[in-house]
Design a protein around this ligand. Structure first.
Ligand code: F0G
Length: 349
């Protein structure tokens, strides 16, 4: 981990000037972790880009340091976003850091507890709508048209710029781009960022190639796979419960042009990958993030990824974001009297 702000580290690639006030919480520089057991299973070299190690526990911080820095530079007094949870947590933290007001608009009852706690503790105005993410985004887009409030969803280009740094870091650590990048897709901002990031790094001579991009949506929220909007998206991976991705076309083009594709993953397979990562690799991510690993296991089994390829899975958010999921999906805690005999009996039978 570096204490240098992410923007400083990749300043030459980002639209900032000497007069941009940098709002940073020490984002980026996240671990790229080998996944030996899953690699054996898939017959490829799998690594995880552990984005849960960012200050607010998700990749959103890469984009938010840019979006909030530029909002301050441009004189905004407040920021707003629609969110399935992580964007709101990140916006709330960076706005607090910058001294800006912040409002977040979320789907009621459908955001994970950790994410809601973050937005609340950082002092955001939290508005829960009786609709999904897509309706929330429609509304905040209208709000910013007539008020001096900066939109910090991934429609904001600075978010996309900041999130390109994930690709730069992967190239810096591996010495070049991987063969394949696997990534969960919701509003389709992050896959767009990675695509631009890898291409820009290659064009600047900092890497020699770009990876094949495989994106993964949840089966019940797979508009890009179906080729049409999904009106009532449903999945355990609440972070990617999105039926009308704002950057869908751009992202689909990027995946196809790279020689990759977008595919749908069932909730069952997402949760199995979530469990395998936690129990066999010691890596705790949130369910949406595990879609990348589930997708690679599937694509490798189908022969879509050459054996021995280097595959980076972007694990977009920390498992602690969604403690209810972790507790519900794990073996029950054993309740015992506070006695040695009872403990020995439970441990050794
Ligand atoms: N993984 C996690 C953990 C996310 O929170 C998101 C998006 C994605 C993947 C998908 O990224 O939208 O750029 O394709 N979360 C947004 C939010 C929508 O509001 O926090 P994407």
């Amino acid at each position: 981990m570096s204490t240098t702000p992410l923007i400083e580290r990749y300043r030459e690639f980002l639209p900032v000037s000497d007069s941009t006030p940098i709002v940073s919480l020490g984002e980026g520089g996240t671990p790229l972790v080998e996944l030996p057991r899953l690699s054996d299973r898939a017959g490829v070299r799998m690594l995880a880009k552990v984005e849960g190690a960012n200050p607010t526990g998700s990749f959103k911080d890469r984009g938010m340091t840019m979006a909030v820095s530029k909002a301050v530079e441009e004189g905004a007094e407040a920021v707003i976003c629609a969110s399935t949870g992580n964007t709101s947590a990140s916006a709330a933290a960076y706005a607090a850091r910058a001294g800006l007001k912040v409002a977040v608009v979320i789907p009621e009852g459908r955001i994970a507890a950790g994410k809601l706690a973050q937005a609340m503790v950082h002092g955001a105005k939290v508005l829960a709508l009786d609709g999904g993410f897509d309706a929330a985004l429609d509304i905040v887009r209208e709000v910013v048209e007539s008020h001096n409030v900066a939109l910090v969803n991934s429609l904001n280009e600075y978010r996309i710029d900041g999130q390109r740094t994930g690709a730069y870091e992967i190239c810096d650590v591996l010495g070049d781009a991987p063969d394949v990048l696997a990534i969960p897709v919701g509003n389709a901002g992050n896959v767009s960022s990675y695509s631009l990031g890898f291409a820009g790094y290659r064009d600047a001579g900092r890497s020699t190639r770009v990876p094949v991009l495989f994106g993964f949506q949840a089966e019940g929220a797979a508009p890009l796979v179906l080729g049409r909007p999904v009106n009532d998206p449903e999945t355990v991976a609440t972070a990617i419960r999105i039926g009308r991705p704002a950057r869908g076309e751009q992202a689909l083009g990027a995946m196809v042009d790279s020689g990759g594709a977008v595919a749908a993953i069932s909730d069952r397979d997402i949760l199995e990958a979530y469990r395998l990562l936690a129990t066999q690799e010691g890596v705790f991510c949130e369910p949406a993030s595990a879609a990348s690993v589930a997708g690679v296991l599937r694509r490798a089994a189908d022969g879509d990824i050459a054996p021995g390829s280097t595959v980076v899975c972007v694990l977009t958010g920390h498992g602690l974001k969604d403690p209810d999921m972790a507790i519900n999906r794990s073996p029950a805690v054993q309740q015992l009297p506070a006695e040695l005999r009872a403990v020995e009996e439970a441990l050794f039978g």
